[in-house]
Design a protein around this ligand. Structure first.
Ligand code: SF4
Ligand code: SF4
Length: 239
């Protein structure tokens, strides 16, 4: 983990460095409990969908059909996947309840990371650089707690290491040299992106490296490598 030199941070956002302490605790006793599970744009990575769909005991494809919104706008390279909020007048997450998160063991990285934020980039030598910020938003009252924690403890407590490793794995596709040189996937290639990365267990079964034969991260790595090979070595747009 190395520092990102030029950050232009907005109000309520501050840089959090390795080992730096902050006070925070989130629990059912806070008066804002579950407020942050509403009215949010929650982007989902392939690994988020793998963990959520497994928690719900459905396929990645079924998860996308039932719970996700897929967006592709002019200027985008690949589609973006968001969690669809429900129409209850508060735009609530479909998994929030009075007692808290109903998919807690499989909750997405953004929910685990909050009130931190993480950015990452891969440099020209293939080295990943990550940096963290602390979001002290007025609606979040968890900062009033006396509990002291730091970045490393938070990442361990929230089980974030695999999520971050999965996001970094995607950079080899999303920041590939060919994309920097102007490669833009066709409609069929964008479908392949969704059908492969957001339906990983099915990809594993189809390609003979089923989920039981590989770790989740190895499965994702294999899917990313296959997409890179298919897109940039001009193979058939099926996997
Ligand atoms: S997944 Fe869980 S923690 Fe995340 S917004 Fe929904 S209810 Fe809240
Ligand atoms: S707003 Fe902050 S303290 Fe309140 S539930 Fe969300 S994370 Fe916890």
């Amino acid at each position: 983990m190395t520092d990102e030199p030029d950050l232009h941070l907005s109000e309520h956002v501050s840089r959090l460095r390795e080992g730096e302490n902050f006070t925070f605790a989130c629990h059912p006793g806070v008066d804002c409990f579950t407020d942050c599970c509403r009215q949010l744009d929650l982007a989902l990575s392939p690994y988020d969908v793998l963990r959520l769909s497994r928690e719900l005991k459905i396929s990645g494809k079924e998860f996308l059909d039932r719970y996700a919104v897929v967006e592709f706008e002019e200027g985008d390279i690949f589609p973006h996947v968001y969690l669809g909020m429900i129409d209850d007048g508060r735009a609530s997450c479909p998994f929030v309840s009075e007692q808290g998160c109903r998919v807690y063991p499989g909750r997405p990285a953004a929910c685990r990371t909050y009130p931190l934020g993480r950015g990452a980039r891969r440099d020209e030598n293939g080295c990943d650089h990550a940096f963290f910020v602390l979001l002290k938003e007025p609606h979040c009252h968890g900062f009033a707690a006396p509990d002291t924690i730091n970045l490393e403890l938070w990442i361990a407590d929230q089980g974030l290491a695999d999520y971050y490793a999965a996001n970094d794995c995607l950079l080899s596709l999303l920041q590939h040299e060919k994309i920097k040189q102007g490669f833009r996937p066709s409609s069929a290639q964008r479908d392949l992106y969704l059908n492969t990365l957001y339906n990983l267990e099915e990809f594993g079964t189809r390609s003979g490296c089923g989920p039981s034969a590989m770790t989740d991260l190895a499965l994702l790595r294999s899917a990313v490598d296959r997409l890179i090979e298919t897109y940039f070595n001009e193979r058939e747009t099926t996997i």
